[in-house]
Design a protein around this ligand. Structure first.
Ligand code: SF4
Length: 229
C-alpha cells in the first residue's frame, strides 16, 4: 500500500464508473466532474453543470477507487465534464495521486482529460493540471459542427498529446475515425446515463424506443430546458 494522502482535498463529481471503454483506449476509470461555468452550444451533460449538484468526494476516497480499478486491470483514467478544471487545486492533487498509485503498479497507464477550455484560455493553475495528463481533448462542444474522429464531439475540439507515453498510447488512435463511435449506456439509481459521444441520431432513437414502451423520460440532460436525468 502507498503512503496515504495527507491532504484530503475534496472534489465535486457527478459520478465515476469502471470500466469505461468508450472514452479513451483500453479499460478506464471514468470520472465526471460536477459544476461547469461554460455553456457550450448543445451541451449534452447539462445535469453536470450545476456546481451544487453531484456528490463531494475526498481525494483519499477517489484514490482508493483508482487503486481498486488498477487492481482490476484499469489501463487509464478519463476525466470528462462537468468541468474539473474549475476545481483545479483539488483536481491537480487527485491527478498526482493517480500518478503515484500508477507508478506502484508499474506506471503503465494514461490520463485523458476532456475539457471545454482551450489551452490559451486557462490560467497557470489549470495548465498545471493539464500538464499531468497524457492527452487532452480541448474546446467547447459545438452541436452545429459534428465530427467523427474518436472521442471528440465536434470538429472544433482537438486532441492534444502531452507526454511521451501519450504519444505511444494515442499514436494509433489520434486520427482514427469511427463510423459508429463507441458508446456505453448504463442504468443506475439516478436514471439512464451514457459514456462516450453518442452516434448521430442515437439519443432521439433512445427517446423513441422508451416512448414505444409507453414510458417517457421525466427529464433528459441533452435538451435545453431540462435539468438532467
Ligand atoms: S459540454 Fe462540457 S464543457 Fe461544455 S457546457 Fe457542457 S459540461 Fe460544460
Amino acid at each position: 500500500m502507498g503512503r496515504p494522502l495527507v491532504n484530503d482535498a475534496r472534489l465535486r463529481i457527478s459520478r465515476s464508473h469502471f470500466p469505461v471503454t468508450a472514452l479513451g483506449p483500453g479499460l478506464r476509470l471514468g470520472v465526471w466532474g460536477q459544476g461547469c461555468p461554460l455553456a457550450c452550444s448543445g451541451c449534452m451533460p447539462r445535469g453536470t453543470r450545476d456546481p451544487d449538484g453531484g456528490v463531494e468526494v475526498g481525494a483519499a476516497d477517489l484514490e482508493r477507487r483508482w487503486r481498486d480499478t488498477m487492481d482490476r486491470g484499469a489501463t487509464g483514467l478519463t476525466v470528462s465534464g462537468g468541468e474539473l478544471l474549475a476545481q483545479a487545486g483539488a483536481f491537480r492533487r487527485f491527478l498526482k495521486s493517480v500518478r503515484r498509485v500508477g507508478s506502484e503498479f508499474g506506471g503503465d497507464l494514461d490520463v485523458l482529460i476532456s475539457t471545454g477550455y482551450k489551452l490559451g484560455e486557462i490560467d497557470a493553475d489549470r495548465v498545471e493540471a493539464v500538464d499531468l495528463a497524457d492527452a487532452v481533448i480541448m474546446g467547447c462542444y459545438d452541436a452545429a459542427s459534428p465530427t467523427d474522429p474518436l472521442w471528440r464531439g465536434s470538429a472544433n475540439q482537438s486532441l492534444l498529446i502531452r507526454s511521451d507515453s501519450g504519444r505511444r498510447r494515442y499514436a494509433e488512435w489520434e486520427d482514427r475515425r469511427a463510423a459508429r463511435p463507441p458508446w456505453q449506456m448504463r442504468v443506475d439509481g439516478t436514471g439512464v446515463w451514457f459514456a462516450g459521444i453518442p452516434p448521430r441520431g442515437a439519443l432521439a432513437r433512445v427517446d423513441r424506443a422508451v416512448r414505444s414502451t409507453g414510458l417517457a423520460f421525466r427529464s433528459v440532460s441533452w435538451r435545453s430546458g431540462s435539468s438532467g436525468l
